[in-house]
Ligand binder design. Structure first.
Ligand SMILES: [Fe+2]
Length: 410
């Protein structure tokens, strides 16, 4: 093995262990029952997240790169493959909440067994497998965020309004007055360069042409969203895209997800007063777009956003910390509180090439009917953010920590 691979393997081993431990720490407050419920088809049970991330390492590292490795239970890949057609048939996504077996404890034991096997294989793995370990770590981090948004959705279904944890009330947010900053215009470069980890969809780096525009200096706050509601924003069809208005009428949408008609909002810390200065979260692309129109503004494009924040510090904010699960709560900073909807569809960059093998299904096949979100949220693991990151969700999705930054033509 080349020396550089060996060094990479040592650093990977530590990051792998820390990442896998954080996921277990996130699950620590949950009972088997908490971890088994699936609140809606888009969200997955906590136990499923613990198992699926383990399946990823067992399949793409141990099965494919460790001669003689025997899969822990050959019936489980059917249960815990998410969407990889290259890995064959699988359990239906909306039925993930039906899996009372294997138990949470059996899944935890499987995790530990797979972790031990990956750690012992690591020093001898070829560089292509080490790249898959890196992908597996980043994949696990994505699932840590989904774990939290999905457990929020789960607990929100219970009229007892159980809290997942407590929040640091000292981490209060003081909104600065809304101001406008000049965006970069002319020819800019966006996308990830060749060095360092990035998902395939972030590459290649390429040129984009931007017209003069301005960006809001912060995200839209809960207080501003309340004004939108009071002004009849949810009852004024002319503010909405046609698909968005149909969605609103069909679903009876009147306010952000988790806000209650009688006041307050459900959070990971249970029902809380709405902090008017905090960034609004849990709004869909349709709502973000309507709010922008009501404001006489628009959403930024992906390229405008990335050009503006290319050198911003993604560590600012209250992101999930590797040192232990700090309960997410929108805080402050250029980004890192809520994901920011853009007006850009999730499409391949010019020259996009999916990763080789089955993991090539990771992003590319979802480039239809989804909008890009930039930044990171309070539930994004620290170290998992960068300006080139391309998060994506369908326009009606709002169970993630999704918010809004306004833009307008200069
Ligand atoms: Fe996954």
């Amino acid at each position: 093995m080349a020396r550089s691979d060996d060094e990479k393997g040592t650093g990977l081993a530590e990051r792998l262990a820390a990442t896998r431990k954080l996921t277990l720490d996130l699950a620590a407050p949950l009972s088997d029952a908490d971890a088994t419920i699936q609140p809606h088809p888009d969200a997955s049970p906590a136990k499923w997240h613990l198992a699926h991330t383990t399946w990823f390492f067992e399949t793409f590292i141990l099965r494919d790169h460790v001669p003689g490795y025997r899969v822990h239970d050959d019936r489980w890949p059917y249960l815990f493959n998410s969407y990889y057609n290259g890995e064959g048939e699988r359990h239906a996504r909306p039925k993930r909440g039906m899996l009372s077996r294997p138990s949470l404890e059996e899944v935890r034991d499987w995790r530990l067994a797979v972790d031990a096997a990956v750690q012992s294989a690591l020093p001898g793995l070829p560089s292509e497998a080490l790249q898959l370990v890196e992908l597996g770590i980043n994949h696990e981090q994505q699932h840590q965020e989904l774990f939290l948004t999905d457990i929020l959705a789960t607990l929100a279904e219970n009229p007892l309004e159980p809290a997942y944890g407590t929040q640091d009330q000292a981490a209060c947010y003081a909104a600065e007055p809304l101001g406008w900053i000049d965006g970069r215009s002319g020819e800019v470069e966006i996308g990830a360069g060749r060095d360092g980890f990035a998902f395939d969809c972030e590459r290649p780096r390429h040129k984009a042409l931007l017209t003069p525009h301005r960006l809001a200096n912060r995200c839209v706050t809960n207080g501003e969203w309340q004004q939108f509601i009071e002004d009849g924003g949810y009852r004024t069809s002319t503010l909405w895209l046609s698909d968005g208005w149909d969605w609103l009428c069909r679903e009876g949408i009147e306010r952000p997800l988790y806000w209650h008609a009688e006041g307050g909002a459900f959070t990971l810390a249970g029902r809380r007063e709405i902090d008017r200065a905090a960034p609004v979260a849990h709004v869909s692309f349709y709502e973000a777009d309507a709010f922008a129109r009501w404001s006489g503004a628009r959403l930024p494009t992906e390229a405008e956003w990335e050009a503006a924040f290319a050198s911003a510090d993604p560590m600012v904010g209250h992101q999930l910390d590797q040192a232990g699960p700090a309960l997410p709560r929108p805080g402050g900073g250029p980004f890192g509180d809520v994901w920011q909807w853009t007006g850009s569809a999730f499409l391949p960059y010019p020259g996009f090439k999916p990763d080789a093998g089955t993991v090539g299904e990771y992003n590319g096949k979802f480039m239809s009917g989804q909008m890009v979100l930039k930044g990171a949220s309070c539930a994004t693991p620290r170290g998992h953010s960068r300006a080139t990151y391309r998060n994506f969700f369908p326009p009606a999705a709002r169970w993630q920590f999704t918010g809004v930054r306004l833009a307008r033509d200069a």
